[in-house]
Design a protein around this ligand. Sequence first.
Ligand code: BGC
Length: 427
Amino acid sequence: MSFQLKPGLLLGAATSATQIEGGELDHNWNDWYRCGWIKDGSDPARATDHYHRWREDADLMADLGLQVYRFGIEWARICPTPERVDEAAIAHYREEITYLRKKGIKLLLTIHHFTNPMWFEERGGFLKKENLRYFLDFTELVVRSFGDLVAEYITINEPNVYATNSYYFGDWPPGKKSFSKALTIMANLAYCHIRSYELIHKIRREMGYQNTKVSLAHHLRVFDPANPKNLRHRIYAKLLDYFFQGLITQAIFFGKFIWPLKAPARVERGEYADFIGLNYYTRSTISQFNDGVRAGAPKNDLGWEIYPEGLIRCAEKLYGLLARPIYITENGTCDNQDAFRCRYLYDHLKAVCESALPIERYYHWCFCDNFEWSEGESARFGLVHVDYPTQQRTVKKSGTFFAAIIKEGGVSQELYDEYVGAEKYPY
Ligand code: BGC
């Protein structure tokens, strides 16, 4: 019951701007809240007030010994209108980034993580080909503003999750329910990733830097048939895997737009990722054209199966397509009482360390509890507990465990006994 960290593997945490910063901004999530669509009624304008408490959070990250940190910046804050750039917001982020760098934390900046300014949304968002230039302008602004401080970028977070939740299931803004629109969004986001990838490299080259790394945070899950002997289950599992992740993977990594994905403009075939960015959470068990959860399997507080092996299965799948270093750009679980997160960490990190794949980074989702999109504040994913009314931060047992893993370079039998031994997954 122990393991050592892989040589070269760096450990840290991830966040996204909207989920932690707070602020009365004119973006699609504040709008979605005003329309009454957040399940527990919580307001993203509160979140964890990180925009004002960033120094305290950065200090806490350093105290925990985090080596790497993936974070986002808020488009609607920097560009409140298409024409206006808020220089004060840029100065704010520069101060925060500089502070984190001084703490010795290596940064990975996410440009787009689900949230759009309302002016972009009202023009039709990523659905309209003519709007895509706004995102590319924003990429350019980001790299010109922070390119001297940040070498590593994620262009877009989970385009497949954004496309399906916002345009197929209609659970996220703008609440559309259309298969063809979801496909258009996937194609347009893949196109944006490629152009953004090229732009970031071009601008950083012009700035004189050679060490730029760019990728996308790709959400992959395992789709397994409920009964492997059942042909219908197997076919549905393959179809879901293909439409949710197979198709778009070809487009983002290689510029290969296979029907029914249609590129909004000409794209050269190529390789558009310097590392593999993988967000992994769960497995889907399939018996029909719908998401399902395996009977009798361990589940987190949102009912998602806990399946550590899946992390490696997904990483292997991507690595088989494109042999690049792997960053686990997100992995974590909703555990409202912090009752099994230590076990979750142990199982997933052990799988990483026992795998022969070149996994170089592990970013736990999330550094702190945060605004969990349509679940609001009720779903807790953090290593650090946030008491929302007072904004008091308290390191959870799992946060202390994670810090100990970093410090000791692995999990010894003593650490296992202290943190993991007594924890059990819910079923
Ligand atoms: C997203 C995060 C989210 C997490 C947990 C990922 O799909 O990138 O923003 O909080 O999953 O649901």
